[in-house]
Design a protein around this ligand. Structure first.
Ligand code: AMP
Ligand code: TRP
Length: 340
């Protein structure tokens, strides 16, 4: 499979991104991250990973976890990732991430990790299981990126702090041991970097929300999507206008803009004189229509487990070979004994 992809094209920049296999992706994941990954595949050497090791920082039922990991892999392909053009693989299949993570953890300060807002949030949410993996999560994320010397990392805004830490770790390693790692840049979409909950538009849309109406899942059917948008929390005004204090409407406008490509002015004039009801219905329909091909493609892929296995096995092998060169170099730099 894809022998032509064996050697990475050295004239193109390298992109790495990851997503946790914690259930069907939300519209937030889709608009803030995955939707933008597909179009990058021609211009860059892209490496995309289902980060199951990161997901293990929260207790999971093993059978469900295994099933969800494969489903999420199929979803990535359904969202337009091409396993021939890009390296698409499951993180735990390439042990080089965890190995580099150990080396990098020795270049990371305890204080830096305690300042991570995601760590603070997650340890509050799961006070009975504040495990060491949850604490060192950002170091593994740095290793994911640095082990391929990635130039760019497409992410939503919530991951900016983690990326900043990855940059600091790279700079520190380079200063201590000599230039080695590329210092990666974040690649954050202009619109859609932070899609908000439909029920509380001051919070980000997240699959862990207790209220199922707060979040659109990308496999939701058309009726469900429209129903959730109809129930979306807005304000007591009636005008479809992007303005401070109108968090609900701003969020719906952002979503509509992402799926239709229209800007805020165009959306305001399209709905001038119309009420929120019409607008919500239009957003629901536009979102449902744009997700329809993803649902169709997913149904096909998930029925073909052998094909999926072939894709993630091939992806893992290519990821391993690529990262091995960089890990070997880093191991030499820190003074590990060479045995090859
Ligand atoms: P996660 O589901 O936490 O693994 O996130 C996967 C990717 O989706 C990351 O790049 C996040 O930044 C992005 N993401 C998650 N939630 C949102 C959201 N509500 N709006 C925009 N991007 C998001
Ligand atoms: N921490 C990211 C999230 O929750 C997922 C992730 C893990 C990631 N490793 C990565 C994203 C490397 C980009 C690059 O969304």
């Amino acid at each position: 499979m894809a022998e032509s992809n064996e050697a990475i094209n050295t004239t193109k920049k390298v992109i790495f991104s990851g997503i946790q296999p914690t259930g069907v992706f939300t519209l937030g994941n889709y608009l803030g991250a995955i939707k933008n990954w597909g179009p990058l595949q021609d211009e860059y050497n892209c490496i995309y990973s289902i980060v199951d090791e990161h997901a293990l920082t929260v207790k999971r039922d093993p059978a469900t976890f295994r099933k969800q990991t494969i489903e999420c892999y199929a979803l990535l392909l359904a969202c337009g990732l091409d396993p021939e053009k890009s390296i698409v693989f499951i993180q735990s299949h390439n042990p080089n991430h965890a190995q580099l993570s150990w080396i990098l953890s020795c270049c990371t300060q305890f204080g830096e990790l305690t300042r991570m807002t995601q760590f603070k949030d997650k340890s509050q949410k799961h006070p009975d299981d504040v495990n060491a993996g949850l604490f060192t999560y950002p170091v593994l994320m740095a290793a994911d990126i640095l082990v391929y010397n990635a130039d760019l990392v497409p992410i939503g805004e919530d991951q900016k702090q983690h990326l900043e830490l990855a940059r600091n770790i790279a700079v520190r390693f380079n200063q201590r041991y000599g230039d080695m790692f590329t210092v990666p840049d974040a690649y954050i979409p202009k619109t859609g970097a932070r899609i908000k909950s439909l029920q509380d538009p001051t919070k980000k849309m997240s699959k862990s929300d207790d209220n199922p109406n707060a979040c659109i899942l990308i496999l939701d059917d058309k009726d469900t999507i429209i129903r959730k948008f109809k129930r979306a929390v807005t304000d007591s005004d009636t005008e479809v206008r992007y303005a401070e204090g109108k968090d609900g409407i701003n969020n719906l406008m952002t979503i509509y803009s992402c799926v239709t490509g229209k800007n805020m002015d165009e959306i305001e004039s399209e709905f001038s004189g119309k009420g929120y009801g019409d607008f919500k219905l239009a957003v629901g329909e536009a979102v449902a229509d744009s997700l329809e091909p993803v649902r169709t493609e997913y149904a096909k892929l998930i029925a073909d487990k052998a094909y999926l296995k072939q894709c993630y096995t091939d992806g893992a092998q290519r990821a391993f070979r690529l990262s091995n060169k960089i890990l070997t170099k880093a191991s030499r730099k820190v003074g590990f004994v060479d045995y090859r």
